[in-house]
Design a protein around this ligand. Sequence first.
Ligand code: S3P
Length: 181
Amino acid sequence: MSDAPVRARHLVLVGLMGAGKTTVGQRCAELLGRAFLDTDELVEANARMGVADIFQHHGEQQFRVLERDAVEDACASPDPLVIACGGGAVLDPENRRRLRSCGLVVWLRASPAVLGARVGTGDDRPLLAAPRQPAITTLERLSAQREPAYEGVAHVQVDTEGSSVDEVAAAVVQEYESWNE
Ligand code: S3P
């Protein structure tokens, strides 16, 4: 996999559901004085439908097609952004290639137990709501399945356990700034 450009344009956050990509990403965007973009929100705006409805009416495969378009559009933005990716966006090799070459990719990490506590019942997340299993069981499975993809796409890993949103955002911004020094 190719390295990031010498100067990373976008700041890209990846990680499992509950990692804090949206909350931390919004805070990073404030700190950096730039716009924040969430690929799930872009998918929803383009489809004029919520993620859960897309899964229910069109299936996960169709969601992934829309998600690939959203990742492509986000990466192509001429303005530097903070981009939060849906947890499964990294499963697609083309997404991984695009994300890695358009900016600094930061993997927000936490154990399945902590992620499970953060997402609660997960009813707005189809992958957690549908199987009617405890969220932690699904998150343990997804964590094992996706670890190689996160590892492959990320330039930097940041542990989020036991830290506040502000602390994690400050650590991420520091990584981004030192990358671009
Ligand atoms: C998904 C994560 C969700 C959303 C969709 C699928 C996944 O985004 O894209 O429900 O496959 O992990 P968040 O990670 O922002 O919850």
